[in-house]
Write a protein that binds this ligand. Structure first.
Ligand SMILES: C[S@@+](CC[C@H](N)C(=O)[O-])C[C@H]1O[C@@H](n2cnc3c(N)ncnc32)[C@H](O)[C@@H]1O
Length: 377
């Protein structure tokens, strides 16, 4: 029997409006504005190709040249790699930008704006025990709610209207949701690759279990940060689409330990300031032992990098370099690229033989139709 989510039924019209794709020109305009806001003129996002959106070169690039750097929209650290991440959250050591964009609703500390911190604790624990992708989905929902509230307040101020806190405005919710609406999406329980230990005869049951898990997580999140005007964001349909978007687009990340950065900073200080600070800091360094330099491993969604299509003969690579200590993604040319050419990366190890590449790509929810695969098939 399928899962019944009452919000899906109550908000079906709003959900359809949020999932309706924008016309191609509007999509292009959105990315033009995003790239301009980052002073990036080396690339363009267009919908010209066979596979929907794609990233195209606006100039020639030599082999090894930096094409662009992308800032993450949402990211999280894997629980297995967390050294007291919950403690971090309690101390609210998250950057101010993250605080404004989503953390104020998801914080477990004293400054939290979450309606129920106990419920938020339960949600977080469930995500840590099952799948940390739920933490990322919670960030996307909190981000949209906070953006919606901000847009509404500024609209009311502009129009000199009285505070109409209960009056829902679909166009503002669509605007608040826009950055997430742009990501390539499918329902999580439908796009997820079947794990190797699950027999194909068990596929239907497996996908239903995944859907149930998402529903459990959503109920816990709803108890923690429910917002009546943004109720549609608590539908199973949108939750599944958001998680699916992360599953299909995310990039694995390694970010240098911020604690290590702190100790390196102290190391660079001059006397007598350095000795003064070390009087306090050495206790922490002793307590942490080797762990102070453990880098943060996680997963993140990048708005521009996620528009890059896959090729088994890519002309670029997306990764982190030693100097990129800030969680940004770096895209470098691995071949000379000419102005106007599509810039592609490989989501898998492209040196594998055809059959193995074909077997690896279902993790990304598609069968490759790049020229190399077409020739080899
Ligand atoms: C990360 S997204 C890339 C951006 C995407 N084209 C869009 O419109 O948002 C990955 C999706 O693009 C499509 N895609 C990318 N590379 C492809 C390829 N080589 N063959 C077939 N489809 C591809 C698939 O639908 C895949 O799930």
């Amino acid at each position: 029997m399928d899962i019944y989510c009452p919000v899906d039924e109550r908000c079906s019209a709003v959900i359809s409006a949020l999932l309706e794709p924008l016309p191609p020109l509007k999509i292009q305009e959105y990315y033009e504005r995003l790239l301009a806001s980052r002073n990036c003129s080396t690339i363009q996002v267009k919908l010209d190709g066979e596979f929907g959106k794609g990233v195209y070169a606006q100039q020639d690039f030599a082999e090894g040249e930096l094409i662009f750097r992308d800032q993450m929209l949402f990211g999280c650290q894997h629980p297995s790699n967390k050294i007291e991440c919950m403690e971090d959250a309690k101390k609210c050591s998250i950057a101010d930008a993250d605080w404004d964009s989503c953390h104020s609703l998801l914080c477990l500390g004293e400054k939290s704006k979450a309606p129920s911190r106990a419920a938020l604790d339960k949600f977080t624990q469930h995500a840590n025990e099952t799948n940390d992708i739920f933490l990322l989905a919670a960030k996307a929902i909190a981000y949209t709610i906070l953006r919606y509230r901000k847009l509404k307040t500024s609209c009311e101020r502009k129009r000199k209207l009285p505070d109409s806190s209960d009056c829902f405005d679909l166009s503002l919710l669509r605007e608040a949701w826009r950055p997430i609406s742009m990501g390539h999406k499918r329902r999580w329980w439908e796009c997820m690759a079947l794990p190797e230990d699950v027999d194909s005869s068990e596929e239907v049951t497996f996908r239903m279990q995944i859907k149930e898990l998402a529903f459990q997580s959503l109920q816990l999140l709803k108890d923690a940060i429910y917002d009546k005007e943004c109720e549609a964001l608590f539908s199973l349909e949108l939750y599944g689409q958001i998680i699916g978007m992360f599953e299909l687009n995310n990039l694995d990340l390694v970010v240098a330990s911020p604690v290590e950065d702190y100790f390196l900073y102290i190391d660079d200080l001059h006397s007598p300031e350095k000795e003064e600070v070390e009087k306090v800091s050495h206790q922490f360094l002793d307590a942490l032992g080797e762990e102070y330099a453990v880098s943060c491993e996680g997963t993140a969604f990048f708005p521009i990098q996620s528009c890059m299509n896959h090729s088994c003969q890519p002309n670029a690579r997306a990764f982190k370099r030693e100097e990129d200590r800030d969680g940004e993604a770096t895209i470098l040319a691995c071949k000379p690229i000419h102005k106007g050419e599509e810039i592609t990366i490989s989501y898998i190890d492209e040196s594998l033989p055809f059959e193995e590449r074909r077997a690896a790509l279902p993790d990304y929810g598609f069968t490759c139709r790049c020229s190399k695969c077409q020739e080899e098939s």
